[in-house]
Ligand binder design. Structure first.
Ligand SMILES: Cc1cc2nc3c(=O)[nH]c(=O)nc-3n(C[C@H](O)[C@H](O)[C@H](O)COP(=O)(O)O)c2cc1C
Length: 389
């Protein structure tokens, strides 16, 4: 079923990802690796801006280039692209984050979105000076976002909480947007409570549709209890090829260098070191086993053998992947944050193979249909000659 043929398919935002920790063609191998360099991020950002992706996600973590600084550099080099910038409440003050928000939103002419990332790895968080246990990190984030939201909306703030005190806080320079939207991905109960209270878009990792449906229902219920409505998004890798066979070959190739020791190491980190419910749900999909990677039709968990966070990919022909996307849309997803290795080439594949079938992307390609070149039917002006004869 094509997108155009499905009248129920609502609007879809298809974002991409800037790999600020590096990129490559083979997981678990330095062969054909691309280091995290600004010049490369610029190539990806400019390509996806031109291809009609509406935005990009910039992650945060010990191994990532800073999301704010990178986004402000890229904003000046792109036109329409929005920047979903990771914001980690525990490592900065809400007042300072509000000022940065206003500056980046103004600099980018209102193209800033924020992804609230509380963090799920106590070892990494301790390295950043954050020592709060899981649920308390969310309690701190609750205070943080309450102050941040008031400041960026132009209110002056007096706040006396458990984690922050602010006397007569205010922003003289406000963001371009009324308030830059808040995105958030946490699967725990405490995370969902925070989402229900304060965020606009609830994000999930790419779990099978039934699990996503169950998770969204729980978050939706919590929001409804507060008289609020959430939007929903999903984070997935994509391996789309003209045929299903080609796509599965590409998936196998991507993990062809991964060793058993690497898998064991990574899984130990995800299950023992981290306290993230979302990460545990991802690890449980495959249990670190190479023979359990197809977790639902066209959904492959191979990336999660060695990568934390986004561990699943939709693998298949364009028609199959569009069908899977429509299934996610039917349970309430209206935003996809995609990626693929390497991120530049796979952005082109997604835009060329999926976007036309999803009714997405720029219309520029169509405007050039009549150009006489080696891609035109009949070669070198034959179309025009036919038209005039
Ligand atoms: C789409 C998405 C993007 C995320 N990006 C990051 C990130 O950049 N850095 C990070 O440390 N955690 C990231 N996370 C993880 C969560 O924000 C959260 O910190 C962690 O999973 C703990 O939440 P939980 O126990 O409620 O699941 C992301 C999660 C999702 C769903």
């Amino acid at each position: 079923m094509t997108a155009q043929a499905n009248p129920q398919a609502g609007p879809l935002d298809f974002f991409w990802f800037i790999p600020t920790h590096g990129d490559g063609s083979y997981l678990g191998s330095e062969q054909q690796q691309r280091p995290p360099e600004f010049a490369y991020f610029k190539e990806i950002a400019q390509a996806v801006d031109r291809l009609g992706f509406p935005g990009v996600l910039l992650p945060t973590g010990q191994n990532c280039e800073d999301s704010w600084i990178t986004a402000s550099g890229l904003a000046a080099l792109t036109e329409k692209l929005k920047f979903l910038v990771a914001l980690r409440p525990g490592v900065t003050l809400p007042t300072f984050a509000a000022r940065q928000t206003a500056a980046l939103d103004r600099l980018s002419n209102g193209r800033l979105l924020l992804n609230v990332v509380v963090g799920g790895n106590p070892t990494e968080l301790a390295g950043d000076g954050v020592f709060l246990p899981h649920d308390e990190r969310y309690a701190q984030a609750q205070e943080f976002l309450t102050i941040w939201r008031a400041l960026v909306s132009g209110q002056s703030v007096n706040f006396n909480g458990k984690y922050y005190r602010v006397d007569n806080g205010r922003l003289d320079l406000l963001p371009s947007q009324e308030r830059p939207p808040l995105y958030f991905g946490g699967s725990s109960d405490a995370g969902q409570e925070l989402a229900a209270d304060l965020v606009d878009m609830y994000l999930t990792w790419g779990e099978p549709p039934a699990q996503v449906a169950e998770k969204l229902a729980a978050a939706r219920k919590k929001a409804e209890r507060r008289g609020r409505k959430l939007r929903f998004g999903i984070r997935l890798h994509f391996i789309v090829r003209e045929t299903e066979e080609e796509a599965w070959r590409a998936a196998d190739r991507l993990i062809s260098h991964v060793t058993d020791a690497q898998i064991e190491n990574a899984q130990a980190r995800f299950t023992k070191e981290m306290d993230s419910v979302g990460q545990r749900r991802m690890a449980e999909l495959h249990g670190g086993r190479r023979d359990r990677l197809v977790v639902s039709p066209n959904l492959w968990a191979g990336v999660g053998l060695v990568r934390g966070g986004a561990g699943t990919a939709l693998v298949g022909s364009p028609e199959q992947i569009v069908e899977r996307i429509r299934e996610y849309q039917a349970i309430g997803i209206d935003t996809i944050i995609g990626s693929g290795y390497p991120h530049l080439e796979e952005a082109y594949r997604v835009a060329e193979l999926l976007f036309p079938r999803l009714g997405l992307g720029t219309k520029r390609a169509q405007a050039h249909e009549n150009i006489a070149n080696e891609f035109a039917v009949g070669f070198h002006g034959a179309n025009r000659l036919q038209a005039s004869s």
